[in-house]
Design a protein around this ligand. Structure first.
Ligand code: 4AD
Ligand code: MG
Length: 497
């Protein structure tokens, strides 16, 4: 079939409508040879270029370079970190009315590129604009590097930028690497709920779920109104899947969840979102306590990071180019198990006191480690990832297992360059009387009878952790603010589109 007619059949709406009138046969579908993704084209064998095979592709114009008789177009479709270089005669280009940002169908022949920048290019025989883009109105301008905060104001168009293309592919690859790690290490993936009746962290940073009813317009407290009528109890958006995952860990040796998490912190800071993704895991029968937990956290982070470096080097490189050299060195350590350090909270406080730095928040035993303290500790260990463990009981939630000293609990945070805390976890208090006493002290026992049941019926030593997905990406890719590590950032004062 001639290339042009094939192209028309597959791309022109009218022809598609016509073909849909006749039943789609199995054979028709198998014979489909429509436009190829740019990734597919760039993967073709070199002999295709030597034989000047015909190709069809579609994408968006990301750059235009005009020469006297011809024009170079960079076409991208998200499938690859590379663009497809299209060379068009000036006449063909002018006639097509293609412009920066438009969507385009390209027909042409695959050839070897004369420069080393790319292997292939396509000599266009036909250019057809599918959707025009008015360069005057379009907020992104050709050959201009826009600031990330400017780009963020156009959330709906942001995926079209090179930066965001790379970020979205990294999020995709990292998500898959997370699943791959857990699946190949015997964990069961569990869908924990988004609507929940418990505030796992006990910090009161929960969004209340409200269902429409006659109370909505009245000035009543959210928790006393509609969700109570709807569910018979107050309901929130989850702050962590941990407690639900612990019900699973009463029956499954290893389980994990990976989903959206909500925190109503009034923060617009560089490290906080109101909606973020958390990867959480629970491990039962942890006979080595915190050591098992540290091994599991390190196993996940080294494996995911190693996979990203090994398989998605192009996109990693895109971010690395924008980092200072020492930061690039530092984050590479995330992939090497041997570079992880571990220090108890008490040792960490002593270290901070001994170094006598003028911190904005002075540190003393019992006080929370602030961002500046966390960053100091990472720097102190030559920018290595650092586990801090055995925190004072009062600093951690009720579920953390009490240590023998009676003052500390077997909780651990992982601190990394750039962001500080990226993981929080603990050995869980599996001893019924101690957990009941703790919940009574906090006057929380009435809400958590079901959680106490897990300790009443076949309790086992178990531990778990939560890794903030965006903070991990922020650290790995050297992203200044967490708002640029997620497609649709939600934070105090902003929930756009
Ligand atoms: O330390 P956190 O609060 O731990 C928990 O929620 C535990 N229940 C997890 C568990 O043991 N299953 O949160 C875990 C991680 C933090 O270390 C941080 O990386 C991330 O979640 N995180 C946030 N990320 C972005 N924006 C926020 N507001 C975040 N709050 C926590
Ligand atoms: Mg924490």
């Amino acid at each position: 079939m001639a290339i042009t007619s094939l192209f028309r059949r597959t791309l022109l709406g009218t022809c598609i409508t016509k073909s849909l009138k006749t039943p789609l046969t199995r054979q028709w579908r198998h014979n489909y040879t429509g436009p190829q993704s740019i990734h597919e084209i760039l993967q073709r064998p070199i002999k295709d270029a030597e034989n000047r095979v015909a190709v069809l592709s579609t994408g968006w114009v990301r750059a235009i370079r005009k020469h006297k008789n011809h024009v170079f177009l960079h076409v991208s479709d998200g499938s690859s970190s590379e663009h497809l270089q299209v060379v068009s005669g000036s006449d063909l280009f002018e006639k097509s009315q293609a412009s920066y940002g438009c969507s385009l169908a390209v027909e042409g022949v695959l050839t070897k590129s004369p420069t080393e920048k790319q292997t292939f290019e396509v000599e266009a025989t036909s250019l057809r604009v599918l959707g025009h883009c008015d360069p005057v109105q379009y907020p992104f301008k050709v050959r201009k590097k826009h600031r990330l905060d400017y780009v963020r104001e156009h959330l709906h168009l942001r995926p079209r930028t090179n930066y965001f293309g790379a970020l979205l592919r990294m999020r995709n690859a990292a998500s898959m690497a997370v699943h791959e790690y857990f699946q190949s290490n015997g964990y069961c993936f569990v869908h924990t709920p988004i609507l929940t009746s418990s505030d796992c962290e006990g910090a009161g940073e929960v969004f209340h779920a409200v269902a429409p009813d006659e109370n909505v317009n009245k000035k009543v407290k959210a928790e006393e109104s509609s969700s109570k009528l709807f569910f018979n109890n107050g309901a929130f958006l989850t702050v962590s899947g941990q407690l639900h995952l612990e019900t699973i860990s009463g029956a499954f040796r290893k389980s994990y969840c990976f989903g959206p998490t909500f925190r109503a912190e009034k923060s617009t800071g560089k490290l906080h979102l109101s909606e973020f993704y958390m990867i959480e895991a629970e491990l039962s029968f942890t006979d080595r306590g915190i050591e098992d937990l540290i091994d599991a956290i390190r196993g996940l982070v080294t494996s995911v990071t190693g996979q990203l470096y090994a398989k998605h080097g192009d996109d990693v490189e895109f971010f690395e180019k924008q980092m200072p050299a020492d930061y690039r060195e530092a984050i590479r350590k995330l992939a090497t198990a041997g570079s992880y350090q571990a220090i108890s909270y008490t040792e960490a406080v002593n270290l901070l006191l001994k170094n006598n730095i003028n911190f904005d928040s002075p540190i003393s035993w019992g006080g929370d480690l602030r961002k500046e303290h966390e960053k100091f500790l990472v720097r102190h260990f030559d920018n290595s990832p650092v586990f801090v463990y055995d925190f004072p009981r009062e600093l951690k939630p009720f579920y953390a297992r009490e240590n023998e000293d009676g003052w500390t609990v077997a909780a651990v945070d992982l601190l990394v360059p750039g962001v500080g805390e990226v993981v929080g976890g603990s050995v869980r208090e599996e001893r019924y009387p101690i957990l009941r006493q703790r919940l009574e002290e906090l006057r929380m026992d009435h809400q958590y009878e079901w959680y106490l049941d897990l300790r009443k019926f076949g309790s086992v030593p178990h531990a778990g952790f939560g890794l903030g997905f965006e903070r991990y990406l922020q650290c790995l890719l050297g992203i200044e603010t967490i708002k640029d590590a997620i497609p649709f950032p939600r934070f105090y004062g902003s929930c756009k589109i």
